[in-house]
Design a binder for this molecule. Sequence first.
Ligand SMILES: [Zn+2]
Length: 168
Amino acid sequence: MPMTTAQRGGATRTVICTHCEQPNSVARRAMSVFCSSCRKRLILEDYRIDSYYAVRDFSTCGDIVVEKGGFVVAPIKVGNLTIKGKVQGQVIARGTVLIDKSGQCKGDIEAAGLIIEHGGSYDGRLRIGCAPPALETPEAPAPKPIQPSAKKKARPMSAAPETSTVVG
Ligand SMILES: [Zn+2]
């Protein structure tokens, strides 16, 4: 009997809001939704940029590929980012930023992972591998307190009748 993979390939998926970092369950094929927490619009599409593209805010829960002729000037919030062309602006990626051998990136990068291929260039500050804020559970169970043994039988010191053998 084949195992069902419906869990992963099901009708919904979870995306993290690019505005408030809260998880949202969305239809797998949805292109955009409104965040259930902050009510702002979330873009879920993947983008492929192959020309000059300058915006004030380039956010998607999907992935972005900047092709060889592409030049993105924008702060980017994204899942995974592949740079084969140019990017100028702060990048916050939930997944991996890949700077291809022809890629150039200028700006700070915050991502779970970073790959720079030989030939690719990067100029900025990095913050790699930090846990996304949404995954930090504020009400995380406190570390188990070390339970003092319920019955604390205080043994009187004098109850240790060991006579030390003095070796001269
Ligand atoms: Zn939100």
